[in-house]
Design a protein around this ligand. Structure first.
Ligand code: G4P
Length: 538
């Protein structure tokens, strides 16, 4: 056999690198335990040795932060970072999606960069509002989702009821892969339905700071009866029989198309059930997939480097006033300093100082592969949705905008700085940091900004004042429900002049109707027959 040529060697590398990568995000409602679970995944991945490092809170967290001033003032994380670790032969990229007050359009955009998602539910609360919103984005993209029911160490909704609620509320089939096991009413472990092995965990004395030790017993092992009591084992066997008869069997195709979710039970706090979840998740979740482009799907293994910008973070380091563009690599190998083309403008650019992010730490990197996310320095030329390519002239499908949930009028506090304000609003809108609307279809007297989360407003105000020297305040308006509309202009005007509605134009001049209530919006969608209503800009 002859030795492979350098080109063949690279292709071989590329295939191996692609097949071991898993890029995913966790979707959940605040307080379901995302931070705790993330930390435990890092613990099992060997990226941290004792839990408690990521979740620095209060003073400690403020000291470690050198990002935006605003971030320091509020002691929260604005940027979702990317956590990378190795587990069971996989290189895992966990895209961290901000969940609390810091929820913003970025959270949705991050999902666009993921290949799969872990849906985390609180065992008492099931599907909550944020879970549903994030789930909807995943569902639109037909993304595979694995579910982890958390906090099983304390009493919660009966698992059967919880699963049927999830199925009903999200219209997805649930296939339980593990099932909780109790000893004297306390969460003791999980049974793996496929192997019929029961994993019993030893409660560690360090409150889940280190990995949980477990012992495996088969379901008919007499020692299991000794450990759990005969009644508990019989009850478990009954439940499993019920699941075998009535539950959905796992179907890989349905999972990959986002129509079925395998479900795991556990406790991120005590680590019970985290490892079976992580192990199975990585074997079920797909490696980086082809992405649609203007020249057809681009396979991750095609040799030329391509990537898409899904997020831009301004001023992460106030000393340098830099911007970081987050690029999800779609195909080929990325090398530090390589020259690529920004396809939208046709201009070449050299990707200097590429970085990877581990929690709050930045590390310089030399190479990266499809599925990875790199942060590249940007001097204000990149935009969200841009394609970077070292080869062909192709563009990936743009990143969708997501409907704002809050609207406010921008009122300049210094009317002489109106020009700076307009420039600021235009640039923030292009960058994807704000959605700007006008009453007259052009930069009129009363710009209105829309945001997905309240924090996005704070970021806008901060940046308009600090970066554009255009101090202003935001006056919230009583409309929360936007719909883009298409149809005859007279019909749009007529619909927009009815009471309880506001007609605006987005930054591209597309008409949008704002409604005071969801009910009013639905009523209009049913009754304005000449118009088509769109949830996002058509
Ligand atoms: P989030 O990022 O989704 O918002 O949730 P986070 O991990 O911060 O967890 C929210 C709360 O839920 C925390 O309690 C956390 O300890 C608790 N929690 C997370 N996982 C589990 C679990 O498996 N079982 C139980 N019983 N609790 C869990 P807290 O009191 O708000 O904060 P802390 O003082 O414990 O840090």
């Amino acid at each position: 056999m002859t030795a492979p040529s350098p080109a063949e060697e690279t292709t071989g590398d590329l295939e191996a690198q692609v097949s071991r990568r898993r890029t995913f995000a966790i979707i959940s409602h605040p307080d379901a335990g995302k931070t705790t679970l993330t930390e435990k995944l890092l613990l099992y991945g060997g990226a941290i040795h004792l839990a408690g490092a990521v979740k620095a809170r209060g003073a400690a967290r403020q000291v470690t932060s050198d990002w935006m001033e605003l971030e320091r003032q509020r002691g929260i994380s604005i940027t979702s970072s990317v956590l990378q670790f190795d587990y069971a032969g996989c290189r895992v990229n966990l895209l961290d999606t901000p969940g609390h007050q810091d929820f913003s359009e970025d959270t949705y955009r991050t999902l666009v960069a993921a290949d799969s998602a872990a849906m985390l539910l609180d065992n008492r609360k099931g599907v909550e509002e944020r879970t549903r919103q994030l789930f909807d984005v995943c569902k639109r993209r037909r993304m595979p989702i694995v579910t982890f029911v958390n906090k099983c160490d304390r009493p919660g909704t009966d698992p059967m009821t919880l699963l049927s609620d999830v199925e009903r509320e999200l219209d997805i089939q649930c296939a339980p892969a593990t099932w909780p096991v109790y000893r004297d009413g306390n969460f003791a472990g999980v049974v793996d339905r496929r192997s019929r092995q029961v994993l019993l965990f030893d409660r560690a004395t360090d409150h889940g700071a280190s990995v949980a030790e477990s012992r495996a017993h088969s379901l008919d092992d007499p020692r299991l009866r000794e450990e759990l009591g005969a009644g508990a084992v019989d009850h478990l066997l009954e439940e499993l029989q019920l699941l075998d008869g009535a539950g959905h069997p796992f179907d890989r195709d349905a999972f990959l198309a986002g129509g079925l979710t395998p479900v795991y039970f556990g406790s991120a706090l005590t680590n019970f059930g985290v490892e079976p979840f992580l192990r199975d998740f990585l074997s079920l979740a797909p490696p980086p997939l082809p992405r649609d482009s203007t020249v057809g799907p681009i396979a991750p293994t095609s040799p030329g480097f391509t990537g898409g910008v899904f997020k831009i973070q301004a001023n992460m380091d106030p000393r340098h006033r830099d911007r970081i563009a987050f690029v999800r690599i779609v195909s080929g190998r990325f090398e530090a300093g390589m020259e690529v083309r920004q396809v939208r403008t046709g201009k070449p650019m050299r990707l200097r100082s590429p970085q990877q992010f581990m929690a709050r730490e930045r590390t310089a990197i030399e190479e990266a592969w499809p599925g990875d996310v790199i942060g590249v320095m940007d001097r204000g030329v990149l935009r969200i949705g841009d394609t970077l390519s070292a080869g062909g002239d192709l563009e990936f499908q743009g990143i969708p905008r997501f409907p704002p949930e809050h609207f406010a009028q921008v009122i300049p506090t210094d009317p002489l700085r109106r020009k700076q304000l307009d420039t600021g609003l235009r640039e923030l809108s292009e960058e994807g940091a704000a959605q700007v609307f006008y009453a007259q279809g052009e930069a009129g007297p009363a710009p209105i900004v829309g945001a997905v989360g309240q924090l996005q407003f704070d970021v806008m105000l901060f940046r308009l004042t600090e970066e554009y020297n255009a101090p202003c305040r935001l006056q919230p308006i009583g409309y929360r429900f936007p719909r883009w509309v298409t149809g005859p202009i007279e019909a749009i005007e007529r619909a927009g002049s009815a009471g309880g509605r506001l007609r605006l134009f987005d930054a591209k001049g597309k008409p949008v109707l704002l409604f005071e209530s969801e009910w009013a919006m639905r009523w209009a969608a049913d009754h304005e027959r000449e118009l088509t209503f769109h949830q996002i800009a058509p």
